[in-house]
Design a binder for this molecule. Sequence first.
Ligand SMILES: [Zn+2]
Length: 155
Amino acid sequence: MEIEDVTKSIEIVNGEKLYLVDIEKSQVIDGVRIGGEDTFELLLKMKDFVKNHEGFSLALFRCKIGTTRWVWVACILYRINNMWQRVQIENIVCEYCGWNGKSTNPTVPSLYDTVKDRQNALNSAWNQPEVNCPICEKKLMRRAIWVQCDRSKSF
Ligand SMILES: [Zn+2]
């Protein structure tokens, strides 16, 4: 399997080349593995999330481990203000009304481990507009730029 076979588009995000992909089964792309067994399971979960929620995309980038080994690392991107923002999917509970659901947090430092200008990427992540609890509209305990608004699921 070659990266071109699964790539929908190539985007430069935080100065880094990301392949926006549609992954099926292959764990080896261009002769480079996608993480380990756990990682691939996580990747399938990420893929499901992206498929079921509008505005998200799954991306891969090549990352060097040690001096000779490469792996593909996956991340989730969210389209905001005409740009792609790296996000971490989190399960969040509102401490005021008890609402719980999925949210996306762009301010997790490990999202930018491979980015050259990490501080700049983190600063702009913190500048993304924050969203509040979808039910009581109070501030959430963790940073979120998107929350799941499917009322039927929580109520
Ligand atoms: Zn709430």
